[in-house]
Structure formats: structure tokens, C-alpha cells
Design a protein around this ligand. Structure first.
Ligand SMILES: Nc1ncnc2c1ncn2[C@@H]1O[C@H](COP(=O)(O)OP(=O)(O)OP(=O)(O)O)[C@@H](O)[C@H]1O
Length: 354
């Protein structure tokens, strides 16, 4: 039997909130719950003053959920709901922007989205960023996947970004890409407690308080799905286009369609679809197999009148390169896999970044 949202909520009701004395669900600590094929994610919105107690609640909730049948992965992100500035980062002098605004010095902003998790969105974002850098573009990458920031690992970057003036944050840099990620401000597996009314405050800080410098393109790696982060991004900043990553599987395609509808409603142009894990290429014998089906994304792209920008093969080297901190575009630049990403970068430059 597959894992249900109800089962997750019932389990979380066993955990009590030490502040209110109620169970954590009734106390309203569980926000933005998503249960997706064994992956459970939610946000705990807390008062920063209670952070130490809440870390214990978070740990109990994780243990309880990991013990549930069908749970493969648990991700609980803590955010601070107080408007007070944290001790080490004062709010920017300017008040929060209302309408979509450009980021100073950033020529284009491209959002990389996916309808569902695990389709390789972050892998595509890391390889596209390094491929655009290899084509001579000045590239930034903002890891806005607040539930599971993976870009520091994929780009081999670690360490805490500095904030010399206490107002702006200096991003890090590797493989020709300027990177900022929530994952860089917290130790791996550590709770994320960030200033701001919600996660949205965190996103806004990453957009406007990071010293991006002069960039030809800023790539934003979004969380999967069609949630608040996507909405906030489109409301706060001028998004020049979205690229939707999907696998050939039907379910991923249906979710991709939802993503396209959302960007249409938000008036964000769709640059196109990317089929990831397209054909499996055996790393020893080179045999090709369409594990997740064949032609689905291409047909869908045609039906929706959006370009199919790339078909990226499912290849072991793409995963190992990402895990090793040097995307395949950098670590095996001459491989057909790397060339697929370089081709994608050239296509985007010719059509959307010219
Ligand atoms: N084309 C590919 N070939 C081989 N492995 C891949 C490919 N694309 C992604 N992967 C692997 O699949 C896993 C999931 O990819 P990734 O983390 O990029 O997905 P995601 O859509 O960003 O996931 P999340 O929902 O967690 O944000 C990773 O281990 C990655 O290395």
C-alpha cells in the first residue's frame, strides 16, 4: 500500500510541541506538507527563540516518519517566522520589492523547474550552468530547492559564504559558476533557520542580498512542483523564461504539464522542455535502451507548442560526476553526455540569451 498524507499526519500527531503542549499538527507546526512516492517533505515554521526545542521536535518527527512503512526519504526544513533580524545578518536597507524587479547586474534569469521530484532537475541545472560558462557566459546558479539543496555537492563547493558588511552575502564560485544555496548556510543535515516571514523571505534574500556581480545569466534551480517558491519567484523578480525538466514517464509528463500551466498563469515564457533520462546508455557495452519509454516528451512538446530543447541520456557518469562535485560537462568534457549539455547551452544562447 502506498504512503498516504493521512498516515503521515497521523504519525506526526504523536509528536508534541513543547511550546503549546499540543501535538505538532494541531499546533500548526507542519506547513507545506508534500508526500510524493515515499518522499515526505514539510516546513516547520517556528519562532527562532524556540529553535533548540524545535530541533528536538524535528528530530523526533524524522525518527517517527522514517519508521513508517513506505517512507524512503524525509526532509523537514525549519524557517523562522519572526521579523526580527538574525544576529549576523541585518535586513537590507531597501524595503522589500513589490512587483517583479530585475536583479542588479543580472541580464537574464532562467528558472529550471520540474513537476515532480527526482527527475534530475538539479543535475540539469548544474550541467547547464557549467556548459554556459564553458561557452564563455558569466553564469550564476541560485539553488532555491529549499527542501533539498544539492548544488553545493554537485558543484563541489563548501564553506559558509561571508557577509563582511552584515547586509549582503558573498556567493561562492567553482567551475566558472557563481553559486548561492541555502545548503551553504547550514551544515548538511542541520536544520535551516532563516530570517524572514517564511521561506519566501529566504528566497528574496538569496535573490537581492547576494552580491551576484555582473552576470549574463542567473539560473535558478527551483524545488519540484508548483508551490509558493515558484509563485514568489515570479512575483518578486523578472523571470525571463522557464525550462521544464521531465523524464519520459507519463506521470512525470502530467506533472510537467501542470508546471507549464503555472508558468503560463504567471506570465513567465516557457523556453522549452528537457527530456532527462531519455535513453539509457550502458557504461560498459554502450547498448541503448529506453527504460522510461520513448518519444513521450517530444510528442508532448509538439502538442503544447513548446520546443524540446534536449534529450539527455541516462548514464552512470552523469550521476557519479554530480556526486563527485564536478558535473560531467567539466569532468568528462568530451563525452557524448557532456556534449548533450553543451548543445543545450548553445541552443539557449542562440534562441533566448542572444
Ligand atoms: N541523466 C542522468 N543520468 C544518470 N543519473 C542521473 C541523470 N539525471 C539525474 N541523475 C541522478 O538522479 C538523481 C536525482 O537527480 P537530481 O537530484 O538532479 O533530481 P531533482 O529533480 O533535482 O531532485 P529533487 O526532487 O530532489 O530536487 C541523482 O542521483 C542524479 O545524479
Amino acid at each position: 500500500m502506498s504512503l498516504t498524507r493521512e498516515a503521515v499526519l497521523a504519525a506526526l500527531k504523536d509528536i508534541s510541541d513543547p511550546v503549546s503542549g499540543q501535538d505538532m499538527v494541531t499546533a500548526g507546526l507542519v506547513r507545506a506538507l508534500s508526500v510524493d512516492a515515499g518522499r515526505v517533505r514539510f516546513v516547520m515554521e517556528i519562532d527562532p527563540a524556540t529553535a533548540p526545542q524545535m530541533q528536538a521536535v524535528q528530530a523526533q518527527a524524522e525518527d517517527r516518519l522514517r519508521g513508517l512503512p513506505g517512507v524512503e526519504n524525509v526532509s523537514i526544513v525549519m524557517t523562522a517566522h519572526s521579523n526580527k533580524a538574525p544576529p549576523d545578518l541585518k535586513p537590507a536597507a531597501k524595503p522589500a520589492q513589490q512587483g517583479p524587479e530585475p536583479i542588479p547586474g543580472v541580464k537574464r534569469l532562467i528558472a529550471i523547474a520540474s513537476g515532480k521530484g527526482g527527475v534530475g532537475k538539479s543535475t540539469v541545472a548544474a550541467n547547464l550552468a557549467t556548459a554556459l560558462a564553458a561557452e564563455g557566459r558569466r553564469v550564476g546558479l541560485l539553488d532555491a530547492d529549499v527542501y533539498g539543496p544539492s548544488q553545493p555537492r554537485m558543484l563541489g563547493v563548501s564553506g559558509r559564504p561571508a557577509s563582511p558588511d552584515g547586509k549582503t552575502i558573498l556567493p561562492l564560485r567553482n567551475h566558472g559558476v557563481t553559486l548561492m544555496s541555502l545548503g551553504l548556510l547550514t551544515a548538511e543535515d542541520e536544520a535551516v533557520v532563516w530570517r524572514g516571514p517564511m521561506l519566501m523571505g529566504a528566497l528574496q534574500q538569496m535573490l537581492f542580498q547576494v552580491q551576484w556581480g555582473a552576470l549574463d545569466v542567473l539560473i535558478v534551480d527551483l524545488p519540484p512542483g508548483t508551490g509558493d517558491v515558484q509563485m514568489t519567484l515570479a512575483q518578486k523578480v523578472k523571470v525571463d523564461g522557464a525550462v521544464i525538466v521531465s523524464t519520459p514517464q507519463d506521470i512525470a509528463l502530467i506533472d510537467a504539464r501542470k508546471g507549464i500551466d503555472m508558468f503560463n498563469k504567471l506570465n513567465v515564457p516557457i523556453h522549452g522542455l528537457i527530456e532527462n533520462m531519455s535513453v539509457h546508455v550502458c557504461s560498459t557495452c554502450g547498448a541503448r535502451e529506453h527504460i522510461f519509454g520513448d518519444g513521450g516528451v517530444k510528442a508532448e512538446a509538439e502538442k503544447m507548442g513548446v520546443p524540446l530543447l534536449a534529450e539527455i541520456p541516462l548514464h552512470l557518469s552523469i550521476r557519479t560526476a554530480g556526486d563527485g562535485g564536478a558535473p560531467v560537462v567539466v569532468s568528462a568534457a568530451d563525452s557524448p553526455q557532456a556534449q548533450a549539455f553543451r548543445e543545450l547551452a548553445r541552443k539557449l544562447i542562440a534562441t533566448d540569451l542572444a
